[in-house]
Design a protein around this ligand. Structure first.
Ligand code: ZN
Length: 287
């Protein structure tokens, strides 16, 4: 395997990186082609339409739905981790899809004559999953053509309760030792991942508008693509973003999953025309 490990990024599957605060967003997403994202510092990724070799080290993946451009790399990812003697990863996916994915993995395991160990966990909207002391994942309803979910990643900290702020350290320690609950949990939504959805995926989960970083689809941008048809296929048009522009409180909005029916140049032109200041330079078309 050493040979493959020596491959440089120029030989890897393409992805783009964006430093963001203390973390990095890495990924690629075009509709029907492939979608994959990860934030290495949080050890979490979203969707596995393909898998750059270096993404293998990320041990937690959240699948939004089972269209192939979002999950085709799952067996290869599991096989690579097994080959590299890494611990089995955790993969979250919509509960209604679990059984079929398990069957698919059993087939691939036979075809590949090797195990595909992983902790496959079905999720439903409303689920809340602690990932570590600092990170919690919540699951949200989205609106696509097959079972689908979105995810929000929260940073959680224990903060001293207001009534104890300003007390001397030894008194705080005594209170804690006597069993008094001196802290409360404070949560901050750091990343929201919409996956594929009609705009209701945002509207019905307003927390997505508040997350620091929102990764959303904007599959269609051209005025020649009809909005009603796009909604019927479970997708978002740039016009939907324009209509809701005051609702986005995010520090960055990553617009992605653009259709291959528009060229990168056309996409940039349509976005610039619809949102001339890119929502105060917060709206980032991921091309
Ligand atoms: Zn899809």
């Amino acid at each position: 395997m050493a040979e493959e490990l020596e491959y440089g990024p120029d030989q890897d599957i393409p992805y783009r990186s964006m430093p963001y605060g203390n973390v990095t967003l890495e990924g690629f997403s075009r509709a029907a082609m492939q979608t994959y994202w990860r934030i290495p510092e949080y050890r979490i990724g979203f969707d596995l339409g393909a898998q750059p070799w270096c993404f293998m080290g990320t041990p937690i993946w959240c699948l939004s739905h089972t269209h192939l451009d979002h999950c085709a790399a799952l067996p290869a990812y599991l096989a690579r981790r097994r080959m590299m003697k890494m611990p089995p990863p955790t993969v979250f996916l919509p509960e209604p899809s679990v059984e079929l994915v398990q069957r698919m993995l059993r087939m691939w395991s036979r075809l590949d004559s090797g195990g595909l160990p992983c902790d496959l966990q079905g999720v439903v909207p409303g689920d809340e999953i602690p990932l570590s002391r600092e990170l919690v994942l919540t699951v949200h309803e989205t609106f696509h053509t097959i079972p689908s979910v979105g995810y929000v990643l929260w940073d959680r900290r224990n903060k001293l309760r207001d009534e104890y702020i300003g007390l001397p350290q030894d008194q705080i320690r005594d209170l804690r030792l006597s069993g008094v609950e001196i802290t409360r949990e404070v949560r901050k939504p750091v990343v929201a991942y919409l996956g594929d959805s009609r705009p209701e995926g945002l509207d019905e989960n307003p927390i997505m508008y508040d997350a620091e970083l929102l990764i959303m689809e904007t599959t269609f941008v051209s005025p020649f693509h009809r909005v009603e048809k796009i909604h019927k296929h479970g997708h978002i048009h740039l016009d939907d973003v324009v209509q809701r522009q005051d609702r986005f409180h995010n520090r960055r909005i990553i617009a992605s999953h653009f259709t291959l029916r528009s060229t990168c140049h056309e996409i940039e032109r349509c976005v610039r025309r619809a949102l001339p200041d890119l929502l105060g330079d917060r709206f980032v078309p991921w091309l």
